[in-house]
Ligand binder design. Sequence first.
Ligand code: FES
Length: 133
Amino acid sequence: MCGAAAVAVGVGPALLAGDAVAATGIKRKKNGQVVVTVGKVPALSKVGGRVLLGTVKGAPVAVVRTGTSSYTALDLSCTHMGVTVRESADGWTCPAHGSQFAEDGEVTGGPAMADLALVRSRFNAGKGRLTVG
Ligand code: FES
């Protein structure tokens, strides 16, 4: 795949095609992990900001800034039947049957009964880098 597909969704997060990560501040490693240099990603400049990473190790993933220096990586597969959720004004909405999730992945409306799954991530505060996957 060539080039990066940077598609704006909602308040400006970038959607990166599964195999082509070329947006500033986001790099895909050969082992499938994605490294986000948070200071270079405008969508993460404030708490509540979100960026879609595309597919990370087979799952659709987004990073949410949850605090001054805390971030959460979410698997965007709906916990009802696995359809990829979409960003909404205050969280995530499933286009299949309407389940609602808060920004941090907490389920707020069914039919899904469980929160979005967390994806393993590690934040290196010294380097300002979040490694996802
Ligand atoms: S698959 Fe998401 S609500 Fe059914």
